[in-house]
Design a protein around this ligand. Sequence first.
Ligand code: GLA
Ligand code: ZN
Length: 702
Amino acid sequence: MLGKRLLHGGDYNPEQWLEYPEVLEEDLRLMKEAGVNCVTLGVFSWAMLEPREGEYDFDWLEECIDRLGKEGIQVILATPSGAMPHWLTQKYPEVMQVQADGRRNLPGKRHNFCYTSPVMRRKISSLDERLSQRFGSKENVILWHISNELGGNFSDGACHCPLCQEAFRIWLKEKYGTLERLNHAWWGRFWSHVYTDWNQIHSPAPNGEWTMTGLTLDWKRFVTWQMSSFCREEIEAVRSASSLPVTTNLMGFFKNLDYSRLKNQFDLISWDCYPYWHRSRDEVPEAVWAAAGHSMMRSMKKAPFLLMESVPSAVNWREYNPLKRPGMHMLSSLQAVAHGADSVLYFQWRKGRGAYEKFHGAVIDHLNGRETRTFREVAEVGAALPRLEPYLEGTVNRPKAAIVFDWENWWALEDTTGPRLDLDYPACIVDHFRAFWEAGIEADIIGMEDSLAGYQLVSAPLNYMYRGDYGDRVRQFVEEGGIYVTTCFSGCVDESDLCFTGHHPLEDVLGLVPEEIDAPSEDFANSFIYGEKEYPAQRLCAVVHPKPGARVLAAYEKDFYAGSPAVLENKRGKGMAYFLAAISNLDFLRAFYRDVFRQAGLTNALGIDLPYGVTVTERLLQEENDNAGMGGDAGMGGKAGMRGKAGEGQSLVFVMNFRHDPAELSGIGQWRDVLSGQVFQDVLPMDKLSCRVLERVTAQYC
Ligand code: GLA
Ligand code: ZN
């Protein structure tokens, strides 16, 4: 934890209310009442911090930070590059992004600066340095928040201006050295796309080149690299007079930036999570999506993360925006904590009166001050979190299973014109993750370059690209006893999107020889029998031949490939590999993973089968070296954790019911609910939309 607290609070934009001191006074009073201990300031404050070029006005911010400090409220201080002031765009048009088709943006909106522009970098750095000098060692400022939702503006989040084009070419020169090498990697002889001059290279564009997947892949890599370099300059600036840790708010499954590389800039991972609760009565799909996002954030540094933004009621940017039903706010907030968050922070504290987000949910509404259901439910979260602090200090989830989700794989898979054009990689990942979630088996979500050591089970659906030594590391993982699951359309290309030739790189491990892949229409959908049940084989059906020794667990039922393996098992060394030749459905994934979990010896923390809509996860003491990536004061190192209750050998188990009706779990043994103090023996009743936080009962409670 940052300090010893679970942070509770969120974005606070007091500059909208400077002429209303009574509002600011009320804010402080109500923050105390709501159990707020941390706010994020300055996210979009550039125009107020530097009203005219080179003229700075930080007094209002200092006053605000000091007043908050007096009330014991901590501050996350943002750099304001998320939105540019008009004086800047008017005087220096180069700071405005150019879209892929070559049109330069007009002023306004946000998240739309050119991250190459030297002017932009210079201007924001001088502001950041001054913020650092003035606030970088204030007692109640605890963390720097760089910019906001980087890359979140247009479809590819990138700037295609001449400065960015030039930077791209320099990046390519560094990477390839010669045009011959670049032409080979991009397979340029096809369609006469051979480059003979670096200046011929242009970013992918709808009205230009978008068909060359080597180019599109490298462009996306470059965008992440250049965004990282922009962040690095901002980080250097805020660090010029401050040693506070640094974060930025990520967005989970966000395609435009490769977070697995961007993360290295930051001491601490944080993200903004806005599930579409109540889209339907079945909340499970959203709960699974949110859980996968939280798990991905935690897996980035295998450490607790911050829930930087969430909404206390409803957002305003979906076509329709359901209010959180009673109970959902506590449940969704504790869900984040359950998966490793050390905070529950909101966008935002108080609703503004005008402009784009005036109807976006906030803790304080336009009317009625504290007399609202939202306020009461926020205050309940504010009261619950401190009660969890002593148990959670030094803890994190430490799953024995991981799912591989890799950005470059995402880009390559979805950009390629392959057997289907409608592949949705994150949706496929979340489908697999759902089978884990429903069984209450926590999974890390890791990239292809992350270590597989320490996991008993690794699943890599639609793992189209094998980069670097990935294949070798999978082989070693299985030989040493790991269980590896993968699917059709995996191991097709290398890091340049060039197809492997001759052999599939993991033929020996998977025990198969691939031949062809069908993307059948609905009329030609196939099926297979797994266990006793028939499941569909649809969308993608690989036709592979088992190698000697491999066991066919299910075979296609129909068509010319009837009898060829749909589910294949291959023992290799001390471990096992599974190949799912076809895309099937959730029922199949549930049945399949149930068997795999059993084989891997993975059970959930309660050791029981869970009813639909109920899941469970566990935070336990972090290992000493788990936390390698953390810097500054942000580290919740194992040592600190030793002092917490968890250090006494305890862990906290979160049981969550996402159903709109109560549930009852039986056969659970003895547990104590640390929020209510109740002790449960064998039977655990769960209210609708609720979470219990349990510790195992040892003798003293019996
Ligand atoms: C994002 C932004 C916030 C706000 C919220 C609204 O997360 O970072 O500034 O606009 O969306 O949901
Ligand atoms: Zn640019």
